[in-house]
Ligand binder design. Structure first.
Ligand code: 5CA
Ligand code: ZN
Length: 412
């Protein structure tokens, strides 16, 4: 599928720093360097949108966090390969389309288009491969078939359709066991499974936590022909298959928002390990949840601040970007209107400062910015360092202006 236009990213003098980021599986800050099998290639898969009600500031904050990581990697001299999916077939999308009386395909296409435009306006580096789930249905079916053959998948009967297929959570390989990535206890896993697309109540499963791999065709629902007969994929397997198809494993980073820790990333990793015998990723990284009006910003709650609406209301996309970057990516935080006002003021002050830059080498500034970002993508710290320089009366250099463009994606 078509991605979006890539922003220009200036090259900076000297060598950048390999970042340390927080890994959910080890619950520690770890150096985000590529696996030894591909020492110069940093690979990243980030879970994309389910295309209805795109793009809210929570989505934008998550993609911006990984955009920052990619910029830091590029500065550190790595080649980066980036893949993202879009979940253009899933129950919530079908439910929204039915509610609004529109065709689910039209809803998905319009929201993907909106998302691309929003990402482009925000200057977010596009994935090298942007893959819709509907493009890989046959591949997912083939992968599920392998899981059936190796004993990690099993059938569950249904009164109104052919059998569905589920993943056996007790399937342990050296590369994966249940809980490895999320480190959660079972009661919490059961709660989250029910909240986030699982079906712990369904009879006939070996374990209530076992996730759906393949849903056989139901009357009135979209279905595709495949090696498993007619049906459609479960959620987690789509990301395993797309990542394995386009990236070397273990990925350097598997990323998304924190709401994906369980069950999504846990089982994407489990499916991939059951398919290949290898871990899916070296690092599982998650952005915090952006809230609005006291609750997590979410399509289901409807408390959304949309990027497109802010831009239509006259907001400078650079201010939106700067507002999101002013918070630490890993924290949960709440968007307020003040975020945009503060970012507007900051952008005006930075722009005035950058108007007639000097030719100074400015190594000290570059090192400070690099050190901040290499420290678990501390964009708030980087912004504070720039503010402090301006407040202290230090003139802008061309290097500083380029560094702010290359590393923070703000062109002054
Ligand atoms: N299509 C699946 C992933 S395969 C999905 O979660 N789609 S989504 O549209 O619900 O979310 C897209 C991305 O935005 C995910 O990485 C999700 O974790 C992140 N996200 C969703 N809501 C928020 C929020 N309020 N704050 C931060 N990130 C969020
Ligand atoms: Zn995903």
């Amino acid at each position: 599928m078509q991605s979006w236009t890539r922003p220009a990213v200036p090259a900076l003098p000297g060598a950048g720093i390999v970042p340390r980021i927080f890994d959910a599986a080890s619950q520690a800050l770890v150096e985000a360097h590529p696996h030894q099998s591909t020492p110069t290639l940093a690979s990243i898969y980030v879970c994309g949108i389910t295309p209805y009600d795109a793009t809210h500031l929570g989505h934008a904050a998550t993609y911006l966090a990984f955009d920052t990581l990619i910029r830091v990697w590029m500065d550190a001299g790595f080649e980066v390969r980036y893949v993202q999916n879009t979940t253009d077939i899933d129950d919530p999308l079908l439910e929204r389309a039915a509610r609004d009386g529109v065709d689910w395909r039209d809803l998905a296409a319009s929201q993907i288009e909106l998302f691309r435009g929003d990402m482009e306006k925000l200057g977010i580096i596009p994935p090298d491969e942007y893959v819709a789930v509907t493009e890989v249905i046959a591949d997912v079916a083939d992968a599920v078939k392998i899981l059936v053959q190796n004993g990690s998948a099993y059938s569950v009967t249904s009164p109104d359709a052919a059998d569905d297929l589920y993943f056996d959570s007790s399937f342990a390989v050296p590369a994966w066991h249940l809980g490895q990535e999320s480190a959660l206890d079972r009661p919490r896993m059961l709660e989250l499974s029910a909240e986030r697309g699982g079906d712990p109540q369904r009879p006939g499963k070996r374990d209530p936590l076992d996730p759906l791999l393949w849903r056989s065709e139901r009357a009135g629902e979209p279905a595709w022909d495949s090696s498993l007969g007619r049906g459609r994929p479960g959620w987690h397997i789509e990301c395993s298959v797309i990542a394995l198809e386009h990236l070397p494993t273990p990925l350097t980073v598997n990323g998304g928002g924190r709401d994906l820790v369980f069950p999504h990333h846990e089982f994407s990793a489990g499916h991939a390990a059951a398919l290949t015998g290898h871990p899916l990723a070296g690092i599982y990284a998650h952005a915090g949840m952006v809230a609005y009006q006291g609750e997590k910003m979410s399509k289901s709650l409807g408390n959304l601040v949309l990027v497109s609406r802010l831009v239509a209301g006259g907001a400078d996309p650079r201010s939106i970007r700067l507002a999101l970057l002013s918070e630490r990516y890993r924290s949960d935080w709440e968007w307020t209107d003040a975020h945009l006002r503060i970012a507007d003021d900051r952008l005006a002050s930075w722009t005035a400062w950058a108007a007639s830059p000097t030719e100074d080498a400015d190594d000290e500034f570059l090192t400070e910015l690099r050190e901040r970002l290499a420290d678990d993508l501390d964009t708030a710290g980087a912004i504070a360092a720039i503010d402090a320089r301006i407040c202290g009366g230090t003139a802008a250099s061309k290097t500083a202006v380029s560094a702010i463009d290359a590393l923070l994606g703000i062109r002054l």
